[in-house]
Structure formats: structure tokens, C-alpha cells
Design a protein around this ligand. Structure first.
Ligand SMILES: C[S@@+](CC[C@H](N)C(=O)[O-])C[C@H]1O[C@@H](n2cnc3c(N)ncnc32)[C@H](O)[C@@H]1O
Length: 190
């Protein structure tokens, strides 16, 4: 089932809201040595800069066939061989990655879905010990040009509490370069 309020506007509009490369640099640091899983890759906005920063494979999951084909096309155009895009309902079927096999995970603009802790539990399952998870979401402010309804839009403190419940601890939390409407956080698996 597609998470609530998770359909996408036109790509140019979506990508005008933030600096995707800057966000990946802020959350993934100098690089990741291993596989990455991205829950809800959308247009591949973050998939491509993430693939450039890892020595492993980025498994990019999305339920929407248009998003799957957009991300596939972008990875091909960029000649990136380390991107695997899969049409998959990660709420119903999980990520499909093996337990303890992933170094880094992305939950970008998705934690407003119905069962956020269940999703965080799945991330915890697939990460290696001390593996990291990057989270970003719209700030809780009525002036944002888009984003889920404020009633269901989680604040950073709420996401932190959910992540702690799922077995993570916060490693970094701060503002994101060139992205005034978003906050970012990195949590580490216990
Ligand atoms: C708001 S968009 C964010 C996309 C991307 N993370 C970004 O920030 O650019 C959320 C994406 O999650 C996908 N999605 C929602 N529910 C899903 C589910 N149950 N399984 C897989 N993908 C899902 C949607 O199709 C959409 O592309």
C-alpha cells in the first residue's frame, strides 16, 4: 500500500525545493563502504548522488512504476552500474535485503506514513551493527511550499523518538545546506 500523502509533484518542482547533492553529502559524509537501501526513491533525486558516494550498490525501492522507471533512466543516463531499482511495496513486503547486510539506509520524506516504527524496525534489521540511517523531512511549518499535512508531518523530535524505539541512537542532527525547508538527522544502529 502506498503510504499516505506520498505522491510526487512534477520533477522540476520537487527538485527545486532542496539541494539533493548537499543533503547526501551532509548525511552520508565522505562516503559509504557498502550497500545502501533507499525506501521510496521517487525520481531518483537522492539515489544518484548516493550512488556516487558508495563503493557498494544502492537498492532503490518504490511502489510507483513511474518512479521506478524515472530512477532507472537516470541511473542509466549517468552510467552508474551500482544502482538496482526495484518496484516493491516495502510496507507490505519489507525491503528484501538480507539481515545485517546494509551499511547505510535512506528514509527521505517518508516517515509520515502510517507505520513509521515498523519501517524503522525493517531498517534496523537490514543494517550492520553501527550501520547508519539518514533521515530528512519537511520542517513543521505552514509556510513550506509542499509536504504532508501538518497533522501527520512528524517533527524531528518525533522521528528521533521513533528511531530510539527501534534501536537507534542519534549521531547527528542539523540544518541542511541549500535546503531551507528540510531538517536532517543521522541515526546509528545499536
Ligand atoms: C514523498 S516521495 C519521496 C521520494 C524520495 N525519497 C525523495 O525524497 O525525493 C515518497 C515516495 O515513496 C514511495 N512510496 C510510498 N509508499 C510506498 C510503499 N509502501 N512502498 C514503496 N514505495 C512507497 C512513493 O511512491 C514516493 O515515490
Amino acid at each position: 500500500m502506498q503510504g499516505r500523502e506520498s505522491t510526487m509533484p512534477p520533477i522540476d518542482l520537487w527538485e527545486s525545493y532542496f539541494d539533493a547533492t548537499g543533503i547526501i553529502a551532509a548525511l552520508a559524509g565522505p562516503g559509504v563502504h557498502g550497500d545502501v537501501v533507499e525506501f521510496g526513491c521517487g525520481y531518483g533525486t537522492f539515489t544518484i548522488p548516493m550512488a556516487r558516494r558508495t563503493s557498494g550498490t544502492v537498492y532503490a525501492l518504490d511502489i510507483d512504476p513511474l518512479m521506478v522507471s524515472a530512477t532507472t533512466g537516470r541511473a542509466e543516463h549517468a552510467a552508474l552500474r551500482n544502482v538496482v531499482v526495484e518496484r516493491r511495496d516495502f510496507v507490505a513486503r519489507g525491503s528484501g535485503r538480507a539481515t545485517g547486510s546494509v551499511e547505510f539506509a535512506l528514509l527521505f520524506n517518508i516517515l509520515h506514513i502510517e507505520e513509521p516504527v515498523a519501517l524503522l524496525n525493517e531498517v534496523h534489521r537490514v543494517l550492520v551493527p553501527s550501520g547508519r540511517l539518514g533521515i530528512t523531512h519537511w520542517i513543521h511549518d505552514a509556510r513550506t511550499p509542499r509536504g504532508p499535512s501538518l497533522e501527520i508531518r512528524p517533527r524531528a523530535a518525533q522521528c528521533r523518538a521513533w528511531a530510539e524505539e527501534a534501536g537507534f541512537e542519534v549521531a547527528w542532527h542539523g540544518d541542511l545546506p541549500g535546503s531551507p525547508w528540510h531538517w536532517g538527522m543521522v541515526v546509528e544502529r545499536h
